[in-house]
Design a protein around this ligand. Structure first.
Ligand code: 6YU
Length: 497
């Protein structure tokens, strides 16, 4: 019967593709993906800036080593550079923070001496490490990571840097502000004040030094798609409503209503829409509505915006070995990571740039990173306004008014109607239970109705790898396996449909 069950998957991102792949390989003949847009990949999206490939969405394989299925697939499809495949690369355990060589500029147009501010970077790394420990200790002396970092940094600075001159001490606190903005990008949160301290440690890292796809992340999608039966995906087919638990229907208890009015009946639906979309549309997307505990978890989990601004130059203004550029505002020793006046000061939220390497492949291209409401506001500006503001910023921090970007390209994830932001983070008051609730299929256990009508996959449903491609992929496999084992446990005498 399993192979005859009708399964509809909503969304053709990596989790939807992974679920379809697994089901098709297990012999399920009636699998369909409905995708709102004209393309596969969702938040894996490779674009172009002039002659260069750039990643509009996911950038790295986080923790490329044997336990990471994205790494294993990329290796199988021969999509990686030789360095990424070396045992040394796979064994490197950097705890999610690669040791990049920095250049640090300040708002008064100086390049800072890394040695002077190194103690601030070290203190920040310690505090982030400690933030992750509260989860296992079961206690939360502060409600959010931001409060913990600020109050501890203030206390430790007074104690440990008491003999340092006031200007350097203040500058180090400004560096902590900058690092909080980096963390907003890493976490996809508007501010570290929104990230729950008790749940921060739920995220787990894998060993391996983060690597990129030289030919673009979308190569992974293309390879996986080429192994699916043709015609399995219907593009430009947005789903409006999932009608489930129709107790009058013994067969195909789920009806999927599309935006164009088409109604598709099925036994199971795997919902992979992003958490941002779910937050906004859950009340229209499900009939009957989702159970309350699931709704509360959807609300408690955070989903924020992290955007990139690619900037190409004729020649570099950073050091040859530089991998990351930090822009430190000298008026931020109060350790702020969000701007009270977003319209006037949105650019202050951009923490800096990563350098696209190797230069022989990319030329002189930087990727600026900006998270939060400031990032969402940036999306509303014209490309010219963004270019102008970025140019002014670089002039101010380098003290060189002649630097001119050749080309600029930015992502706009918040205004993407099918994503509504970038990725999820554990909000204040979140716990492991919320992630369990996210992945729980419907109807709930104990119900008399046909089981596993609505299943949930997607990055925001992974208990410890949320916000990543490998997390999303694993959730697709998980939900496919749930169906496969459901049918393999049903006795063969069960009447076929
Ligand atoms: C990673 C990285 N990375 C940067 C940026 C972004 C993300 N991620 P999808 O959205 O893909 O698919 C859903 C589909 O559903 C989609 O196609 C829709 O069109 C469709 N849909 C929606 N509504 C529909 C409807 N009604 N009907 C039909 N279809 C509908 N991950 O591993 N490495 O470098 C980055 C990054 C700018 C935006 C990332 C990264 C996140 C991944 O991209 C993302 O998780 C997956 O692609 C999601 O796949 P999916 O299938 O779930 O959804 C310490 C600590 C702290 C914790 N965080 C640390 C981790 C850091 C995360 N880092 C990210 C960083 C970057 C730079």
């Amino acid at each position: 019967m399993g192979v005859n069950a009708k399964v509809v998957i909503i969304g053709c991102g990596i989790s939807g593709i992974a679920a379809a792949h697994r089901l098709a390989n297990a012999g399920f003949h009636h699998v369909r993906i409905l995708e709102a847009t004209a393309r596969s990949g969702g938040r894996i999206k490779t674009g172009r800036l002039g002659d260069n490939i750039v990643e509009i969405g996911a950038n790295w394989i986080h923790g490329p080593s044997e336990e990471n299925p994205v790494f294993c697939l990329a290796r199988q499809y021969r999509l990686l550079d030789p360095e990424a495949l070396t045992p040394e690369n796979q064994a490197m355990d950097v705890g999610g923070h690669p040791p990049w060589v920095p250049n640090i500029f300040s708002s008064s147009g100086r390049k800072l001496n890394t040695e002077d501010i190194y103690p601030a970077l070290e203190m920040f790394a310690e505090l982030m490490y400690e933030s992750a420990e509260f989860e296992s200790q079961g206690g939360e002396p502060w409600a959010c990571v931001g409060d913990f970092i600020r109050s501890e940094a203030k206390r430790r600075a007074a104690e440990e840097w008491k003999d340092i001159d006031a200007t350097t001490r203040s500058l180090r606190l400004c560096v902590i502000s900058n690092m909080l903005k980096v963390e907003c990008c890493v976490n996809g949160s508007p501010s570290m004040d929104e990230v729950g301290l008790g749940a921060y440690g739920l995220y787990k890292t894998l060993p391996g030094l983060d690597c990129t796809f030289p030919g673009g992340y979308e190569g992974l999608i293309k390879n996986l798609m080429s192994e699916l039966p043709s015609g399995l995906v219907t593009y430009n087919q947005a789903v409006r409503c999932v009608h489930w638990n129709n107790t009058e229907k013994k067969e195909n208890p789920v009806t999927i209503e599309c935006n164009d009015g088409e109604r598709i009946v099925s036994d199971h639906v795997i919902v992979t829409v992003p958490l941002g979309y779910l937050k906004k549309h859950h009340s229209a997307l499900f009939r009957p509505l989702l159970p309350l505990h699931k709704l509360h978890s959807i609300q408690r989990l955070g989903f924020g915006t992290n955007n990139k601004i690619f900037v190409e130059f004729d020649s570099p203004w950073w050091d040859a070995d530089c991998e990351i550029i930090h822009l430190v505002w000298e008026d931020e020793d109060v350790m702020v990571d969000h701007m009270p006046d977003v319209q006037r000061s949105w650019i202050k939220k951009l923490f800096g740039f990563t350098v696209l390497k190797p230069t022989e492949r990319y030329g002189h291209v930087l990727c600026g990173w900006i998270a939060g409401h400031e990032s969402e506001y940036m999306e509303t500006l014209s490309e010219q306004e963004v270019t102008h503001t970025i140019t002014q910023l670089i002039h101010r921090f380098t003290g060189n008014p002649t630097i001119t970007p050749r080309r600029v390209l930015r992502s706009q994830w918040f205004h993407d109607p099918w994503t509504c932001g970038s990725y999820s983070y554990p909000g204040k008051g979140c716990s492991a239970q919320d992630l369990d609730n996210m992945m729980e299929p419907l109807p709930m256990k104990g119900s008399q109705s046909q089981p596993l009508q609505v299943l949930f996959a997607g990055e925001a449903t992974h208990p410890c790898y949320y916000s990543t491609v490998h997390g999303a992929l694993l959730t697709g496999w998980r939900e496919a396996d749930r169906l496969i084992s459901h049918y393999s446990s049903i006795s063969p005498s069960e009447p076929p449909k």
